[in-house]
Ligand binder design. Structure first.
Ligand SMILES: Nc1ncnc2c1ncn2[C@@H]1O[C@H](COP(=O)(O)OP(=O)(O)OP(=O)(O)O)[C@@H](O)[C@H]1O
Ligand SMILES: [Mg+2]
Length: 255
């Protein structure tokens, strides 16, 4: 699928211009890292992409159709994991939360159960099904938000700061799950300050500043500019960026 945001402008009543002509196109499969300073417009941009906010001007197209005309369909095809995972927990137990979407859509348990199992496993939550959501740690809640987003088998998954609060093992498990998704043909858009966690695996790096997309290119292309964009460079250097052998191995395994 192709998601295109064209010249989005969003001003708030207090005069803040949250978005000031932001444009971005995402095609699947791909792994795109979206970065930029606090308040640069990253969360706002992706909220617009899901139709959760309405722009003052600009266009949002899903496979060349205006988002407003295919909103329900777009929300099935594109999953969003919010910056604050608490905001999207809807179930009492982990399994109930993961099942919430398909149950609300009237799907039968025998049809969604395998997808729920697979999503919990992909997010590192196998065996957590009966646990109470309220008792999960911050990192576990984040993984649950990822699992619940995966249950609908989206074509594009958008994650806002998914590595926040995850320990090293949790972050690398999540990254691996995202890479598997990418290899299986899904689009992954990760909003993150933690470029060192994912830049080596990203096909593209997009940088926002003051409500606009100011850079869009391969990590290798943007490597020299990262410090001047206020972004830390990845330990190991650009050479590591070129090493995509892990991806070919994952792709081969996925057939
Ligand atoms: N409801 C709102 N009312 C007023 N201003 C808003 C509102 N929502 C967002 N903004 C402003 O829009 C700008 C972009 O916000 P956004 O949340 O997209 O930043 P961000 O890039 O995600 O930052 P962070 O890295 O801190 O998460 C900020 O200046 C923010 O204060
Ligand atoms: Mg944000």
């Amino acid at each position: 699928m192709r998601l295109e945001l064209r010249g989005l402008v969003k001003a708030f009543a207090d005069g803040t211009r949250g978005l000031d002509g932001a444009s971005l196109a995402i095609e699947t499969p791909s792994f795109v890292a979206l970065s930029g300073g606090n308040g640069s417009g990253k969360s706002l941009l992706i909220r617009h992409a899901l139709g959760l906010e309405e722009a003052d001007s600009g266009e949002i197209l899903v496979d060349d159709r205006p988002l407003s005309r295919c909103l329900a369909e777009a929300r099935r095809r594109i999953a969003l994991v919010f910056q604050e995972p608490e905001h999207q927990i809807l179930g009492v137990t982990v399994r109930e939360d993961a099942e919430f979407g398909p149950r609300a859509a009237g799907e039968r348990p025998e049809s969604y159960a395998p997808r729920v199992d697979a999503a919990l496993e992909a997010a590192g939550l196998s065996g957590y099904g009966p646990r109470l959501c309220a008792g999960l740690s911050g990192g576990e809640k984040r993984r649950l938000a990822v699992a619940s987003a995966l249950v609908s088998e989206p074509e594009l998954i958008v994650l806002d700061e998914p590595f926040n609060g995850l320990d090293w093992a949790g972050a690398s498990d999540l990254l691996e799950a995202l890479m598997r998704l990418r290899a299986s043909g899904v689009g992954v858009l990760v909003v993150t300050h933690d470029l060192e966690k994912c830049l080596a695996h990203a096909d593209r790096l997009v940088v926002m500043d003051a409500g606009r997309v100011v850079r869009d290119g391969s990590p290798a292309e943007l490597w020299d500019e990262l410090p001047s964009l206020g972004l830390r460079r990845v330990e190991g250097g650009v050479g590591r960026l070129g090493d995509m052998s892990w991806l070919r191995a994952v792709e081969a395994a996925a057939g």
